[in-house]
Design a protein around this ligand. Sequence first.
Ligand code: NAD
Ligand code: DAU
Length: 342
Amino acid sequence: MKKTRTFKTLLVTGGAGFIGSNFILYLLRKYQDYQIINLDLLTYAGNLANLTEVEANPNYKFVKGDIADKKLIYNIVKDVDIIVNFAAESHVDRSILDSAAFIHTNIMGTHTLLEAARINGLKRFHHISTDEVFGHLGPYDPPFNEKTPYAPRSPYSASKAAADHLVNAYFNTYGLPTTISNCSNNYGPYQFPEKLHALFITNLLEGKKVPLYGDGRQIRDWLYVTDHCEAIDLIIHQGKPGETYCIGGACEKTNLAITKKILELLGQGEEMIEFVTDRPGHDRRYAIDFTKIKTELGWVPKTPFEEGMKQTVEWYRNNAQWWQNIKSGEYLEYYQKQYGIK
Ligand code: NAD
Ligand code: DAU
């Protein structure tokens, strides 16, 4: 029988972003007695419109702030049992243009949270990481697993790798009960329209072409976002301190195959593809072996690719106002008024 922990108050960081907001919606639907604090800086990627469903829920509270702000973090962490750290600069292309914010948030911010967790003796620190820390694979290489050596290749993945090392150091040095999950590419509702799925679907809904990098033959392993949320739920409740869990969708696809599927679901033709200059240092292939979380915690991805793709395209079709506000910059104007953010 596996030991299942429970928590009273959870600090979810980066909960106004894509996966974090899906996770908060998931948690509040499943656990009626959990108090969730969502701490988010509301960068360009944070959007409180993702959370309108829960904003009046008495078990949910939003705090605007930076995970690297010591005073604020130390104050909040006093009253929580667990931190689930989603907050990050997450977009590879932005890290290539300017990596300073990635160092600040992904490394300094994670360090600030770890220190606060250590000082306050938290029951758990769960860190959301990525498969990109392992580098990239050739066509016949075996998938990444928990023992794959770290070999990050972009400023984004290097900053995530540094954070993972800090998390493990806090377990080994101080005995902080940490866990890490390294997940593959997510897709689904509320994804910022700079990432492949959300950008391509919304461009096509606007009648614009889609910019496919290089030859479009790069491979990613795709996971529907709710399946990722279920995996994190299991890890925080049943995962073993000090452990890392790899999470994947068993769904390797080329970017060209994803693009063709989106075109098919929207009834459009391949003339809408525009092949553009490749991303510098573009990782060729990611793949994940998720045997450990499957055998130890009983997790498997539930949403088949066809189903997930249909649901995703439908969601963006039915929620045009959500992404139009982002693409027009209107949601940022709202924050400027509401929170004085420049
Ligand atoms: P996202 O960019 O959509 O959201 C990031 C959130 O973090 C935003 O709400 C942003 O406002 C907030 N944030 C940024 N800097 C902050 C700071 N200094 N303090 C507080 N909040 C801050 O990202 P996402 O795609 O939801 O990814 C969430 C996490 O999952 C990240 O850690 C990312 O590395 C990891 N991850 C993402 C994927 C994916 O496919 N999207 C896959 C594996 C792992
Ligand atoms: O693997 C997990 C990672 O997945 C996460 O850690 C990152 O936070 C997340 O952003 C994602 O990184 P990718 O770089 O793989 O995702 P992105 O959606 O930016 O790109 C997916 C693939 O599509 C990649 O091979 C680049 C390509 N691409 C992307 C964009 C935005 C294009 O061809 N054209 C585009 O316009």
